[in-house]
Ligand binder design. Structure first.
Ligand code: ADP
Ligand code: MG
Length: 568
C-alpha cells in the first residue's frame, strides 16, 4: 500500500496548533505521557496473552526503551507491547475521540483569549503532547500477532501520513524530531541522558515495566544485560517499585499523584489519596484516589468505571467494576490482592466472596474518608460534593447498608443560606419547635423552586426548605423516607399541616369556609375534569391564588418528566 495522506479533524488540528505553539511551562511531561502509553501497551499485551495463549507474540522481555540521538536530535520511546493495527492508528492517533479531549476542546472553545495555556495544564492530551517539544513525530507500530506494521508521521500541521511497513518489530516506537536547541535554555535539552533520567525518576519511577536507556557508563559497570558484544549497555531508569507496596513514609505526595495521573488518565492532581492495607486470611493493598474534577462522561453509558486489579504486582484486569459500587464509579486506583487466580474472569469476580468483602471494605473506607474531609477540610469536601454529590446520592437509593454514612456526608442547598449547603444534621438542629418533618422541594433550579407557590407558606412561617435540583433527589428522598426519626416531606405533595397555632382557623371556621366555597370548588372540579383529582381549599398559599399539589404517592412533575424522557 502506498503512503497515504490524511487530514486531521478540525478539533485535532486546533489542539495541535495549541501544542506546537505552546508556552506551557512544564514541557517535560510529554515523556511521562509517552511512557504511560507504552506501559499501558505492555499491560494490554500481557493480559491478552494471559487470555489467549495462542496469541503469536513474544512476551519474554516486555520493556520500554528510550533512545537519544544527539546528532540527529531525536528521542525515541519504544515498547514491545500490544501495538496497533493500521486501522487502530488511524482511529486512535489520527482522530481525537477519547473522552478527556472532548471536554478539553469544549472548554477550549469557550475559553477566552490567552486562557488556553492553563487548559493544557488541566487536561493534557496524551500522545499529542509530544508536539510541545518536537516539530515532527513518527510512530512505527505492529500489532502483536499481526504480520505487517504501520508507520504514521506528522508535523502536527493539519495532515498526517500512514503507510504499511513489512518488517516492523512488535510493539510501538515513537520518535520525536526535537525542535532546534535553545542556547539560552539548556534545561530543556531532551537529548541529554541526564535530563531524561531525571524526568523518568520524577514522573515514571513506579511504572512496573523496566524503562531502559543506553548507558554512557562502560558495560562492566552496568547492572543490566551487559552483553559485551559491542552494543551499549543498558541501564534501567526506574525502580519499578509498586507504590502501594512501599511503606507510607517512603512515598511522597507527588509520587502518589503521578500514579494517579497514570491510572486515571488525568493531568491534574487528585483531591485525595486513600491507602488501605488488609491483612489476615485474604491479604490485599489498595491505593485509591478521589479526583478533583468529574469527567464529563460520568453519566453516560460509555464511562469506563473500575479499579485496576493486580495479583502480586501483576495487573490482571484494567477496569474491574466489581471492586466498588456504581455510585463510587468516579474513584480511581489500584487494588493488589495476594491470592487470586491470574485467570479470573469478570463473571467470577462478581460472585467471589473475597471480592465482595473487598468491595464492602473499600466502600466504607471511601465514605469514612469523605466524612473526615467534611470534618477537617470543608473546602475540599465542598469541591468533592460539588463534583460528585450527584453520583454519591445514587447510593442513597441503591446501598441501604451505607445509607446512614451517605446521609451523614450529604449536603444540600436550602432556604437557610443563599450559597452554602446544609447537612441534614444542621437542618434538624435548626428545626422550629413543633416542626416534625424535614421539608424539601425539587425542581430544575434554585430559582424556579423558590418561585414556586408551594414555598409561600413556608417562607411566611420561616420554615426552612431544602432545595433539590438533581433528578436523583426525588428518588432518594422517597426511598430514604426519614432521617433521625424526622420524615422527609415534599412541600408539593399531599396535605401539609403547618403549625396551625399561629394561623387562626379553628375547625369551626374551616367548616364554614368549606361550605362557603363548596359551589366554586364543585364548579372547578367539573371544569378541570380529567386533569385533576380534586380541588380543595388550602392554608398553604399567601400570595398566589392557587397551586397544583400531588398526592403523597404520586410522581412529582420533575419525576414524571424524567420517566417520560426515558421513554417510560
Ligand atoms: P490515552 O492514553 O489517555 O488514551 P493518548 O493520547 O495518550 O490518550 O493515547 C491515545 C491512544 O493511542 C491510547 O489510548 C492507545 O490506544 C493508543 N496508543 C498510544 N500510544 C500507544 C502505544 N505505545 N502502544 C499502543 N497503543 C498506543
Ligand atoms: Mg496516554
Amino acid at each position: 500500500m502506498p503512503t497515504e495522506t490524511f487530514e486531521f479533524q478540525v478539533e485535532a488540528r486546533q489542539l495541535l496548533q495549541l501544542m506546537i505553539h505552546s508556552v506551557y511551562s512544564n514541557k517535560d511531561v510529554f515523556l511521562r505521557e509517552l511512557v504511560s502509553n507504552a506501559s499501558d501497551a505492555l499491560d494490554k499485551l500481557r493480559l491478552e496473552k494471559l487470555r489467549h495463549d495462542t496469541l503469536d507474540a513474544d512476551t519474554s522481555d516486555l520493556h520500554i526503551e528510550i533512545d537519544i540521538d544527539q546528532d540527529a536530535r531525536t528521542l525515541t520511546v519504544r515498547d514491545n507491547g500490544i501495538g496497533m493495527s493500521y486501522d487502530e492508528v488511524g482511529q486512535l492517533i489520527g482522530t481525537i475521540a477519547h473522552s478527556g479531549t472532548a471536554q478539553f476542546l469544549q472548554e477550549l472553545r469557550e475559553a477566552k483569549e490567552g486562557a488556553e495555556e492553563g487548559l493544557i495544564g488541566q487536561f493534557g492530551v496524551g500522545f499529542y503532547s509530544g508536539f510541545m517539544v518536537a516539530d515532527e513525530m513518527t510512530l512505527l507500530t505492529r500489532r502483536a500477532g499481526e504480520g505487517e506494521g504501520t508507520r504514521w508521521t506528522s508535523r502536527g500541521e493539519g495532515t498526517y501520513t500512514l503507510e504499511t511497513v513489512a518488517d516492523a518489530p512488535q510493539g510501538t516506537s515513537v520518535t520525536l524530531h526535537l525542535k532546534p536547541a535553545d542556547p539560552d535554555n539548556q534545561l530543556h535539552d531532551y537529548t541529554s541522558a541526564f535530563k531524561v533520567r531525571e524526568i523518568i525518576k520524577r514522573y515514571s519511577d513506579f511504572i512496573t515495566w523496566p524503562i531502559r536507556m543506553a548507558s554512557e557508563a562502560p558495560a562492566a559497570d552496568s547492572d543490566d544485560d551487559g552483553k559485551g558484544d559491542g552494543t551499549p549497555a543498558l541501564e534501567t531508569l526506574n525502580s519499578m517499585k509498586a507504590l502501594w507496596a512501599r511503606s507510607r513514609d517512603e512515598v511522597s505526595e507527588e509520587e502518589y499523584h503521578e500514579l494517579y495521573k497514570h491510572v486515571g488518565h488525568d493531568w491534574r492532581d487528585p483531591l485525595e489519596t486513600i491507602r488501605l492495607q488488609a491483612e489476615g486470611t485474604f491479604e490485599y493493598q489498595a491505593l485509591l484516589f478521589l479526583p478533583a474534577h468529574a469527567p464529563f462522561d460520568l453519566f453516560t453509558r460509555d464511562y469506563k468505571r473500575g479499579l485496576q486489579l493486580y495479583v502480586r504486582r501483576v495487573l490482571i484486569m484494567e477496569d474491574c467494576e466489581a471492586l466498588l459500587p456504581p455510585y463510587l464509579r468516579f474513584v480511581k486506583g489500584v487494588v493488589d490482592a495476594a491470592d487470586l487466580s491470574l485467570n479470573v474472569s469478570r463473571e467470577i469476580l462478581q460472585q467471589d466472596r473475597h471480592i465482595e468483602m473487598m468491595r464492602r471494605r473499600l466502600t466504607k473506607k471511601v465514605l469514612s474518608t469523605v466524612k473526615d474531609m467534611m470534618a477537617k477540610d470543608s473546602d475540599r469536601y465542598a469541591t468533592l460534593w460539588r463534583e460528585f454529590g450527584t453520583v454519591l446520592k445514587e447510593g442513597l437509593v441503591t446501598d441501604s447498608e451505607n445509607r446512614d454514612a451517605l446521609l451523614a456526608v450529604a449536603s444540600f442547598a436550602s432556604t437557610h443560606h443563599d450559597s452554602e449547603q446544609t447537612t441534614l444534621k444542621q437542618y434538624v438542629e435548626r428545626m422550629k419547635d413543633g416542626q416534625d418533618a424535614i421539608y424539601y422541594l425539587t425542581g430544575e433550579s434554585r430559582q424556579s423552586i423558590e418561585a414556586s407557590p408551594h414555598m409561600e407558606a413556608f417562607r411566611d412561617r420561616g420554615i426552612e426548605v431544602l432545595l433539590l435540583t438533581d433528578p436523583v433527589d426525588e428518588v432518594w428522598a422517597d426511598a430514604v423516607g426519614e432521617y433521625e426519626g424526622k420524615k422527609l416531606r415534599s412541600v408539593a405533595k399531599g396535605q401539609i399541616d403547618l403549625d396551625t397555632r399561629d394561623t387562626d382557623t379553628s375547625d369551626e371556621e374551616q367548616k364554614k369556609r368549606d361550605e362557603e366555597y363548596a359551589a366554586l370548588l364543585g364548579w372547578m372540579t367539573q371544569e378541570l375534569g380529567e386533569d385533576i383529582k380534586e380541588v380543595r381549599l388550602s392554608s398553604r398559599l399567601t400570595v398566589s391564588p392557587a397551586c397544583m399539589v400531588s398526592d403523597s404517592g404520586d410522581l412529582t412533575p420533575a419525576l414524571e418528566n424524567m420517566y417520560r424522557a426515558m421513554g417510560q
